[in-house]
Design a protein around this ligand. Structure first.
Ligand code: NAD
Length: 501
């Protein structure tokens, strides 16, 4: 379907361009490290060029982008259509570079990306301000204007869908964008740029600069030409971004890490819960901010439920990411695999019991990729490193609780607050728990359902702001007040009133 290696160039001012550095870095297949799959432009000397293009497109309203709501709506709808026409190619690219299974990309990432664009296409032409005539006869108007140039910095685990989540509301609002995709997975960002321009986005509206976070990302965050930074990635990187953005007092939207609990009460539908707990922990290879990586289970059903979970985990088929039969693929990189294995090692040294998994898979073809067994760690106490820290791999910890209060306390005892699952057939208990858990998204008797209609963002150190829904558009709008004096004749004596008052 494709010729590899992909040559990933920059996309600036409406066209693909070579990097001024002349340098490219190599990317190898996460499932087969002998295979070169891409060479990626080092755009560290081209950030200024991309920012000038985005700034100019915004400030001069090139092609009517910032003022023509209907144009933006049409472009977003059309881009979604082009994504659907190219769904299979995009799915292969997403899986090849990230290691996620082809079924995940086909059924999840690619159609969800199109849905996000369609949702914001529907929002774009409805972003109208409000106004009111006051009793003086004066008019006060709230005018919505796009905020300016947006820098979108993305992670590698859901390259296209997270990018769409970050940029679709910004584009709907009339902003222009410079994207810095994750170095492991840059192809779909450049593809999205091409598709947007085929769909009619004017030159300069959407630019992509590949390269490292330390050079390209850093320059974007510091630049005076950027008005809003939307970042998805690790909490530690997010903290640095917030600090760097303070220099120019730009807005930041931060979607950061998670260590999400799945709370299973004794009265839950255990069959349903076991399926979802396994899906929540191992979907996308466990490399997901939303992964339900902590199982909290009521003591009375703990033994039975853990057995049900482990039975299912043992049936997960680990394999090459483009193989239709794989349920879990290789981890994105050698470093990521080593990080996950270090956590498993820490479980050993903390004296925790690994009930299943816990090793790198090295037999035959597996030796050439970053394959790790899906792992379950039993009786993980709240002070364990594995309970508190985001592992970002196929590792599920199990912790039991007695009461509803204890469940909530355990759920809330990390620095994160992104998502949670609650399982109970008692609606009141489920809703009480959902209410008390400090997380931006709580699923009741389900897990991972994340349509664009569901707000997405974190409490505590999981982030600032919300992506998805119409709420997200607000990050990219300025609300300007315009006051029109309805009086005729001489000016009213404001000063005298103030002075004598
Ligand atoms: P990361 O923080 O290492 O990198 C994210 C992006 O930031 C990359 O494009 C990287 O090049 C760039 N970057 C790195 N240093 C930078 C700097 N100093 N200035 C500007 N940009 C910089 O994260 P990752 O490893 O790509 O992704 C995994 C992390 O992302 C996990 O912590 C995960 O929980 C989080 N994540 C969160 C969400 C969410 O919705 N909350 C979604 C997906 C991933």
């Amino acid at each position: 379907m494709f010729e590899t290696p992909f040559v990933v160039d920059l996309f600036i001012d409406g066209e693909l361009v070579k990097p001024s550095s002349g340098r490219y870095s190599e990317r190898f297949d996460p499932g087969d490290d002998g295979r070169l799959i891409g060479v990626v432009a080092d755009g560290s000397r081209d950030v200024g060029r991309a920012l000038d293009a985005a700034r100019d497109a915004f400030d001069r309203d090139v092609g009517g982008w910032t003022t023509d709501h209907k144009l933006r709506s049409r472009v977003l709808f059309k881009t979604a259509e082009i994504i659907r026409e190219n769904a299979e190619k995009l799915a292969v690219v997403e899986s090849l570079f990230s290691g996620k299974t082809i079924r995940t990309s086909r059924l999840g990432d690619v159609p969800r990306s199109a849905e996000i664009l369609e949702f914001y296409a529907g929002v774009a032409d409805k972003l109208i301000g409000t106004s009111q005539v006051l009793k003086t006869g004066d008019l006060v108007a709230i005018v919505k204007q796009p905020a300016g140039v947006v820098a979108a910095i993305t992670p590698w685990n859901f390259p296209l869908v997270i990018l769409c989540r970050q940029v679709a509301p910004a584009l709907a609002a009339g902003c222009t964008v410079v994207v810095k995709p994750a170095s492991h997975t840059p192809v779909s960002a450049v593809k999205l740029a091409e598709m947007l321009h085929r769909a009619g986005a004017p030159k300069g509206v959407f630019n992509v600069v590949t390269g490292s976070g330390a050079t390209v990302g850093r320059e974007l965050v510091r630049s005076e030409k950027v008005d809003v930074v939307n970042f998805t990635g690790e909490t530690s990187t997010g903290k640095g971004i917030m600090e760097a953005a303070a220099g120019t007092l730009k807005r930041v939207v931060l979607e950061l890490g998670g260590k999400n609990p799945n709370i299973v009460f004794e009265d839950a539908d255990l069959e349903r819960a076991a399926n979802a707990v396994v899906y929540g922990a191992y979907a996308n290879n466990g490399e997901s901010c939303a992964a339900g990586s902590r199982l909290l289970v009521q003591s009375t059903v703990k033994e039975k439920f853990v057995r049900m979970v482990v039975d299912r985990v043992k049936r997960i088929r680990v394999g090459y990411q483009l193989d239709e039969n794989s349920d879990m693929g290789p981890l994105v990189s050698r470093e990521q695999m080593e990080k996950v294995l270090e956590y498993v090692g820490a479980a050993d040294s903390e004296g925790l019991k690994i009930i299943t998994g816990g090793r790198r898979i090295t037999s035959g073809l597996f030796s050439r990729g970053n394959y790790v067994e899906p792992t379950v760690v039993d009786d993980t106490p709240p002070d364990s490193k594995l309970f508190k820290e985001e592992i970002f791999g196929p590792v599920l910890t199990v912790t039991e609780f007695g009461s509803e209060e204890e469940a909530v306390e355990l759920a809330n005892s990390t620095v994160y607050g992104l998502a949670a699952g609650v399982w109970s057939n008692d609606t009141g208990k489920a809703l009480r728990t959902a209410e008390k858990v400090k997380a931006g998204a709580v699923w009741v008797n389900t897990y991972y359902t994340l349509p664009v209609e569901m707000p997405w963002g974190g409490f505590k150190q999981s982030g600032i702001g919300r992506n998805n829904t119409v709420l997200a558009v607000e990050h990219y709008l300025e609300h300007k007040g315009i006051y029109v004096d309805g009086q005729q004749g001489p000016m009213r004596p404001y000063y005298r009133l103030v002075l004598s008052g």
